[in-house]
Design a protein around this ligand. Structure first.
Ligand code: MRU
Length: 359
């Protein structure tokens, strides 16, 4: 997608053919900063500290991290250590585990001399596959939006939580891909963008939509239920970090409350789900490790000062303690359906669509 009119992806191999270039999302929306990652250790930190974030992007970044690791040390011990290092960056998104396990299975039977080359080519494949999957999600989701458009006079009003746009993937995004494709088709859309405390990923969504010229308004997380109750939301679309075989959705903290409000007010609640975020091995999401992040993300906030500097200020008095669970679980019963790369489906049909084994 575009930033100031220039087509961008969130991650790519650098021109040197071995290091990896990413957008450092910590500086968005105020500054557009590219970062070059040269080691598996740097990739692990970039994921853990959220220079790159969003489940599909985390998976692709992990695959490139494994490639850098194989360049550094392709021995059996090097492979084991790389899986462990990158695997401990973030616990919740299944994409990370999926990318690492896939790499381990591919590389283990190979002689060390071939591992780096194979890892780079698998990472490039995953990167391209993510773009195709997201575009497909966009196509299927746009059909949903065109149906809603046919039922109304004005624009279709979409509410989204967190950032599940192109910045969370390689390109296009998951929850926002239907919006981008629908706009290409001339469908009138307006997006309610939830701020998504404490990391404020809504600002990333707003950044994307601004650069794509999509009308939208940023709202505080707590406004979502009110807007639904007043009939100002036609559909909710969110992403997912992991969806289980019974259709429970693990996503950014606050998703559950939006799903409850949508259920109560009769607003359809859709989840954009690529195959890479589907956990076929797990039915009940109660077993998923929910990432607990540092208290400082709740106690402090960063933004641009009147002097134009990015500054962090403390919100709470010294000594205040906080708790910072980063994700929650929305049970399948609150979900209208899934927008998958293979079409629209319901929670009960999900297993039939994505199968029982990992891709
Ligand atoms: O903590 P983050 O910013 O990595 O969380 C991102 C989300 O929860 C997204 O909604 C999810 O990864 C789906 S992204 C296509």
């Amino acid at each position: 997608m575009r930033v100031s009119g220039v087509s961008r992806r969130t991650i790519a191999l650098s021109l040197d053919g071995w290091s990896v270039e990413v957008i450092d999302q910590r500086f968005l929306p105020h500054r557009f900063v590219l970062e070059r990652l040269e080691s598996a250790e740097q990739v692990m930190r970039a994921i853990a500290e959220m220079h790159v974030r969003g489940a599909p992007l985390i998976g692709v970044a992990a695959a490139y991290g494994m490639s850098l690791a194989m360049r550094e040390d392709p021995s059996d011990e090097g492979l084991r250590a790389a899986c462990e290092l990158i695997g401990r960056s973030r616990p919740t998104a299944i994409n990370l585990r999926w990318a690492i396990d896939g790499m381990r299975k591919l590389l283990e039977p190979q002689p060390p001399s071939r591992r780096a080359e194979l890892a780079y080519s698998r990472a490039a494949e995953l990167c391209e596959a993510d773009v195709v999957a997201c575009r497909q999600i966009g196509e299927h989701g746009a059909l949903l939006l065109s149906r809603l458009a046919a039922e109304r006079r004005g624009p279709v009003r979409v509410l989204t939580h967190c950032n599940a746009g192109w910045l969370a993937t390689v390109d296009w995004g998951t929850a926002l891909a239907p919006v981008y494709v629908a706009r290409e088709r001339g469908i009138d859309i307006e997006v309610w963008v939830e701020e998504t405390r404490p990391r404020n990923q809504g600002l990333l969504t707003s950044f994307e939509l601004t650069h794509e010229g999509v009308p939208h308004r940023l709202v505080a997380d707590n406004a979502g239920g009110h807007l639904m109750q007043r009939g100002e939301v036609d559909v909710c679309i969110v992403g997912t970090d992991r969806t289980t075989s019974q259709g429970d959705v693990v996503n950014k903290i606050g998703t559950y409350l939006k799903a409850l409000a949508a259920h109560d007010t009769g607003v359809p609640f859709w989840v954009a789900l690529p195959r890479s975020s589907y956990d076929a091995a797990l039915a009940d999401a109660a077993a998923v490790v929910i990432e607990e992040r540092d208290e400082s993300e709740v106690l402090e906030v960063s933004g641009r000062s009147t002097r134009g500097e990015i500054e962090t200020v403390r919100l709470a008095p010294d000594g205040t303690r906080a708790r910072n669970p980063a994700f929650d679980v929305t049970p399948a019963r609150l979900i209208t359906g899934f927008i998958t790369e293979r079409g629209l489906t319901t929670p009960s049909e999900l297993e039939a669509v994505y199968g029982a084994g990992r891709a």
